[in-house]
Design a protein around this ligand. Structure first.
Ligand SMILES: *Cc1c(COP(=O)(O)O)cnc(C)c1O
Length: 362
């Protein structure tokens, strides 16, 4: 068996130890005689799995008691709609703020426009093709907004907030799909944090929502399946949850804990990303489009000074076992997604390939 270094933006690399554990437990989960996939979500074994996943997430992120943790379906993209649906009680008179730092932020904003008349753009860096994060001073926040929405890491453009935006009394909402658990966050500073699992938490199919309890239950007569309050009341089990995805998520959380927790993840991520950016910046052959202060530790875009060599780079990298490095079409070139589960050896192999490619083609 040969494993590659997979730099996919998502679904993305998982820790090998997690995959091995899932393999070992595949046919007979802890003596139950069945796979987790075949188990009733109401069974004792499964109730322990979902409770353990929630407890571990609470422990690793330091989630306070006055926050609910939900495991939902529909991806981070459904949260673009569920958030305004649940928090806006008077769509004609209320206002919300969005900071636009990339395509996902734009999508979140346009979904909100369908549900609220006054959606304001508190800042945007579109004019520089989203190569940087606006500073706090650049945010024109509305103190009367129902909430202010940010995308904490921009998966496509490779930028990440280097600071925690201060929104005063307005609840801060973060789409943290691509950097959750990569660094410590102070959950109490947020109204809600949400993340599709398939970047840093596990497989696709489950979305984590961490929401301050007083923000739930504000809107009456929502469709039950889209109502945070109703979902929280039933422990994310209004209907069958994505059982297997939550099980794998729990294994990933156990792995993070074993490795030393979120602080250790951050230490490694600073080190891994630092190495890769240094290799890019250290050569005129490679270019990085993003402003240094805004650079993401999770998604590293880079281009070749001679873009005609891009296809050859990608083909050579693939032959060397370094796959899914093609950049998003809106940025071009390459993008290396280096989430928690990407081992340092993967970074080293990529840097070695870059040096060799430059030596041959530079
Ligand atoms: C991947 C991604 C999404 C979309 O996630 P889905 O689960 O596919 O809906 C949204 N926001 C960000 C920041 C992402 O990286």
């Amino acid at each position: 068996m040969k494993r590659v270094f997979n730099f996919s933006a998502g679904p993305a690399v998982l820790p090998v130890a997690v995959l091995e554990r899932a393999r070992d437990e595949m046919l007979d989960y802890k003596g139950s005689g069945m796979s987790v996939m075949e188990m009733s979500h109401r069974s004792k074994d499964y109730m322990a799995i979902i409770a353990n996943a929630e407890a571990l997430l609470r422990e690793l992120m330091g989630i306070p008691e006055d926050y609910a943790v939900l495991f939902l379906q529909g991806g981070a993209s459904l949260q673009f709609s569920m958030l305004p649906m649940n928090l806006i009680t008077d769509p004609a008179s209320q206002s919300v703020d969005y900071v636009l730092t990339g395509s996902w932020a734009e999508k979140a904003c346009s979904e909100a426009r369908k549900l609220c008349a006054d959606v304001r753009v508190a800042a945007t860096t579109k004019s520089v093709n989203y190569t940087r994060i606006p500073t706090q001073a650049e945010l024109t926040l509305n103190p009367n907004a129902v909430y202010a929405h940010i995308t904490s890491n921009n998966t496509i453009f490779g930028t990440e907030y280097p600071y925690l935006p201060d929104t005063g009394d307005v609840p801060l909402i973060a789409d943290a799909s691509s950097n959750i658990l990569s660094r410590p966050v102070e959950v109490s500073k947020y109204g809600m944090i949400y993340a599709g699992a398939q970047k840093n938490l596990g497989p696709s199919g489950v979305t984590v929502v961490i929401i301050r309890k007083d923000l739930m239950g504000r809107k009456a007569n929502l469709p039950t399946m889209l109502d945070y309050q109703a979902l929280a009341k039933e422990g994310s089990m209004l209907n069958t949850p994505p059982t297997y995805a939550i099980y794998i998520l729990g294994l990933v959380l156990e792995w993070v804990k074993e490795q030393g927790g979120v602080n250790e993840m951050e230490r490694r991520n600073i080190h891994k990303a630092g190495k890769l950016y240094a290799a890019i910046d250290g050569s005129a052959f490679y270019l990085c489009p993003t402003e240094v202060a805004s650079r993401s530790r999770m998604n590293v875009p880079f281009t070749l000074a001679n873009p005609d060599l891009t296809d050859a780079f990608l083909a050579g990298a693939k032959a060397a076992g370094l796959v899914t490095l093609k950049g998003h079409r809106s940025v071009g070139g390459m993008r290396a997604s280096i989430y928690n589960a990407m081992p340092e050896e993967g970074i080293d192999a990529l840097i070695a390939f870059m040096k060799e490619f430059e030596r041959v083609n530079g």
